[in-house]
Design a binder for this molecule. Structure first.
Ligand code: G4P
Length: 548
């Protein structure tokens, strides 16, 4: 019997049942992978919590919130570090709703705004833009929307906090259109605001959803009144209905009707009004996400484009969460599945290293349970533990050489010069910065005309993280000093002679090379950058660069 058993288990190991193509196609089609783009305080955390509440992934409001305030209480990186376990779990939230699997990828904001925030958006299929209706379009939203635009990611818009005094809704739409250069198609329209907020009118369904404050529970039902001409409305609030009718006429005349194709092409955004804290308008957003937002789409690789329904597994790493255990330099690589089916224990190929790995432990992100999920499909995110050999932009497959593209580095906005207290540690410093640079924690530039090392980041917390990690992982006590650099651009030009001339010119003083050996121009001011661009029309100044 022993030998029979052995035979059986051998067959099991060497020939795992291939997932049928229909199963893979069905699973991919029911996935929605998205991120929230917003300026701090617009209501991202509140809305995330309500979305989880709806799906039954959490039972009680306050769960996500508590986590956020816990992290807020301290600006000390070491403290944040202690909560790493939590932050890994909260960086991807997977839940089921109406027979769909929703993956909500966190886009870190506030102090932990970093290049990760941008790069997360390369792993989503759609984005939800949350705007504080009292404030309108704010700076961070503009930046994040520009990142979405690189891949024409479809955007849904939620105008939040209608229970407060807000700006005029028409004016808000106008601002989105002119500042963000995207057409607005209002789907719901607010009736009043602040204390006189009565609800929203659903323009496509001709229904009025009555507002009531509260909404700590997901099963809260808001009363629906059919038809804008319903006599009950005039009885209930005659003034507001008069106003609504006027506005709706205006909206129909002046704004765009919802057009699914324009939305999917990233040219138009459906707009919803509501109040996240009152759970009002949240269900409408979730439904729109399921009905209109795209399932995983094809992804470009260097050799060809990859369909989510292809049966062989493939995916790419878009984020590294480091140092789960400082003593072991443990890292989790966040991999977005692009095709096929991932199963725990399967062998996949790490293409950059041309090495096969067996994935026996893997982190998955089901928000509702602690169970380990055994499989993943296109659109899902899995966490691969590793010791630093995985980098951002790395691709994995079942063997085919597919290097996924579109996972860029972003030109930093903040710069520091690195100094070390103990010159004997220079080697460790270089090694540490090299590895942290590869991991995407920070960007490292070496100016050609000085021995300095310049660090670049899109959020200032990145510097704190790097200082703390240099100390803990590499034993290097580094201090970062301010510089006169204000922006960086990667330089390219087909004509090598022009590049050589550029290096020899006075502008050459500002040239540096990044960790991957790419030439960059470090400008001292906006004016300096503009003048240099004008003087060197044959050079291209890039705000992003692809991974090597
Ligand atoms: P963020 O993650 O985008 O930074 O925003 P967050 O959800 O933390 O919300 C920021 C503030 O806005 C919070 O208030 C939150 O309660 C409030 N808020 C969110 N949605 C609504 C809404 O629909 N209406 C109103 N009136 N307020 C809303 P806070 O005072 O900063 O925090 P808290 O002490 O109330 O939790």
């Amino acid at each position: 019997t022993d030998s029979i058993q052995e035979n059986v288990s051998r067959t099991d190991v060497s020939e795992p049942a291939k997932a049928p193509a229909e199963l893979i196609a069905r699973e991919a089609a029911r996935r929605r992978t998205f991120g929230i783009i917003s300026h701090p305080d617009a209501g991202k955390t509140t809305l995330t919590e309500k979305l989880l509440l709806f799906s039954g992934a959490i039972q009680l409001a306050g769960t996500v919130k508590a986590r956020k305030s816990g992290r807020h209480a301290t600006s000390d990186w070491m403290e944040i570090e202690k909560q790493r376990g939590i932050s890994v779990a909260s960086s991807v939230m997977q839940f089921e709703y109406r027979d769909h699997v929703v993956n909500l990828l966190d886009t870190p904001g506030h102090q932990d705004f970093s290049e990760d925030t941008y790069r997360v958006l390369t792993a989503v299929d759609s984005a939800l833009m949350v705007i504080d209706a009292a404030k309108g379009v704010e700076e961070q939203t503009i930046k994040l929307l520009n990142v979405c635009r690189m891949r024409d990611t479809p955007i849904l818009t939620f105008m939040n906090k209608m229970d407060r005094e807000t700006r005029d809704p028409l004016e808000l739409l106008d601002e989105v259109e002119s500042v963000l250069k995207i057409e607005c198609a209002p789907v719901t329209w607010p009736i009043g605001m602040g204390k006189a907020f009565r609800g929203v009118y659903h323009l496509l369904r001709d229904e009025i959803l009555l507002f009531t404050a509260g909404g700590e529970r997901a099963d809260q039902e808001f009363e629906v009144i059919k038809g804008i001409d319903n006599p009950r409305l005039v009885e209930m609030f005659p003034l507001e209905i008069e106003q609504l009718k006027m506005e709706v006429e205006l909206v129909h005349g002046a704004s765009h009707a919802f057009d699914l194709e324009a939305f999917l092409a990233g040219r138009q955004t459906p707009v919803f009004f509501g109040s996240a804290i009152n759970n009002f308008g949240v269900r409408e957003i979730l439904n729109a996400l399921l009905e209109w937002a795209p399932a995983p789409r094809s992804r470009d690789a260097t050799v060809r484009s990859v369909q989510p329904t292809e049966t062989p597994f493939s995916g790419f790493v878009f984020k590294i969460q480091a140092n789960m255990d400082p003593a072991h330099r443990d890292r989790i690589a966040f991999l977005r599945v692009c095709s096929g089916r991932f199963e725990r224990g399967m062998k996949i190929k790490h293409l950059r290293l041309n090495r096969e790995i067996k994935v026996s432990s893997v982190v998955t992100f089901m928000a509702s349970s602690r169970e380990q999920v055994e499989e993943a499909y296109a659109g899902d995110i899995i966490g691969l533990p590793n010791h630093g050999n995985m980098q951002i932009g790395d691709s994995f497959s079942e063997g085919e050489m597919l290097q996924f593209t579109g996972i860029p580095f972003f030109a930093p906005d903040f710069f520091r010069v690195v100094r070390i207290r103990n010159p004997l540690k220079i080697k460790q410093l270089h090694k540490g910065l090299q590895q942290l640079g590869e991991e995407g924690a920070v960007q490292v530039f070496k100016p050609v005309h000085s021995g300095d090392m310049i660090l670049g980041a899109v959020g200032v917390l990145q510097f704190e993280v790097v200082a703390s990690r240099l100390m803990n992982e590499y034993g290097v006590d580094a201090v970062f000093e301010g510089t006169s650099i204000s922006s960086a651009r990667w330089i390219s030009c087909d004509d090598k002679r022009v590049l050589a001339d550029f290096e020899r010119s006075s502008a050459g003083q500002n040239i540096a090379y990044d960790a991957a050996g790419n030439m960059a121009y470090l400008a001292t001011s906006g004016v300096n950058l503009k003048l240099t661009q004008e003087r060197w029309p044959k050079l291209t100044f890039h705000t992003t660069r692809e991974h090597a």
